[in-house]
Design a protein around this ligand. Structure first.
Ligand code: TXA
Ligand code: MG
Length: 349
């Protein structure tokens, strides 16, 4: 398939208006468009069409039992596709548009293929202006997983998307770097109005607690699934975000982590904080040291993580060492992605 790539800097530019109209036509006709959002890039198609949903799974190489999020232009549009409730509108008032996804009971207007046969569907209203305009012009809910090949880190800029999706989709919209860099927070609203956190993201647990103190964190967010354990969110059971070389998180004080990496004899890469770059560059070749941002700036670490993981793939390393993230604020989302990227390999010193 021939993929057309367009760049949009400002949705008011006349070229951008024409490109967005073209993209919306592709969606309406059952095609695939990769578009930017504030979290990561999405691989979009018409969420009401069984065939469009099927082509998403095919393009991504994703198992079709892992449901898709539908993206809507305004929180009220959820009425057309889900059974909303009071808690949904409380969350929407605080966090929509933005990086929050809410799982609700689905209406039959959402294709079964989109929700992988479940009776629930995940909805999200992105704040990114390109995403918003594309959804609005399409007039349908846009089903969109992250626009990476299944198993790879989610794409946070057009070059990631092009390397994974060129030739697999009709159009790629380059909207620059994703602001947040990690996927949305996903919560399920239970029948009694309580929340279950299925995936941490840009909206933190602390922020959610202000709206709903009754929030439980699903076991799979922090730990590996036990053999045969049921999952609340199908995506939790799949391998995720994995760089090619095996990654290890080192749970230790910074100096101990450094000593450990220093004594490594294999062709190792090290992910470290900005203030550690110099000393790691003295024990490893420069190309083997990757900066994850400033130690105390969790937002910038979230923004950089997926690029760093992709960049390590260029080096053909035997293994990768990384520090253990803290679990506060957006750190919980970093921790969740990094333990998956490391397939739960943690070295405790
Ligand atoms: O930030 C994001 O959420 C990005 C952008 C493109 O919006 N999308 C994204 O989609 O990360 P995806 O498909 O990569 O991850 C969606 C996760 C999957 O783990 C899936 O299992 C879960 O959401 N999910 C979707 N529908 C669900 C449902 N009805 N119940 C429970 N989990 C659901
Ligand atoms: Mg994904």
């Amino acid at each position: 398939m021939q993929t057309k790539t367009v760049k949009i800097c400002d949705i008011r530019d006349s070229d951008a208006v024409a490109s967005l109209k073209e993209a919306a036509e592709i969606i309406k006709n059952g095609g695939l468009v990769v578009f930017p959002t504030e979290t990561v890039y999405g691989l979009g198609a018409d969420g009401t069409s069984p065939n469009a949903a099927k082509s998403i799974y095919a393009a991504k190489g994703r198992p079709s039992d892992n449901p898709l999020i539908i993206h809507i232009a305004s929180p009220e549009d959820a009425e057309k596709y889900t059974f909303t409730n009071e808690m949904y509108y409380k969350l929407a008032a605080s966090f929509m548009p933005g990086p929050l996804t809410v799982v609700l009971k689905a209406k039959s207007s959402v294709a079964l293929e989109t929700r992988a046969g479940l009776d629930t569907v995940a909805v999200r209203c992105p704040v990114n202006s390109v995403a918003h305009e594309l959804i609005r012009l399409s007039g349908v809910p846009i089903a969109a997983p992250s626009a990476n090949l299944s198993g790879s880190p989610s794409p946070t800029c057009a070059s990631h998307v092009i390397s994974d999706m060129n030739g697999r989709v009709d159009m790629i919209i380059d909207g620059g770097e994703s602001e947040i860099g990690l996927e949305s927070t996903i919560v399920k609203i239970e029948d009694d109005g309580a929340l279950t956190l299925l995936r941490p993201g840009g909206i933190t647990v602390e922020e959610l607690k202000d709206i709903c103190p009754n929030i439980k964190i699903a076991d799979a967010v922090l730990a590996a699934l036990k053999e045969g354990e049921a999952v609340l969110s199908p995506g939790m059971k799949y391998k995720h975000y994995a760089p090619t070389a095996p990654m290890y998180l080192i749970d230790a004080a910074d100096d101990k982590r450094f000593e450990y990496v220093k004594n490594e004899r294999k062709n190792a890469a090290a992910i470290c904080f900005l203030d550690e770059m110099e000393k790691y560059s003295e024990i490893l070749p420069k190309e083997s040291v990757f900066c994850i941002g400033e130690r105390n700036d969790l937002k910038s670490q979230a923004h950089l993580l997926f690029s760093v993981l992709r960049n390590t793939d260029r080096g053909h390393f035997d293994l990768i060492y990384a520090p253990m993230p803290i679990k506060e604020g957006i750190g919980l989302a970093l921790y969740n992605r990094m333990i998956r990227a490391a397939a739960h390999r943690i070295i405790k010193l």
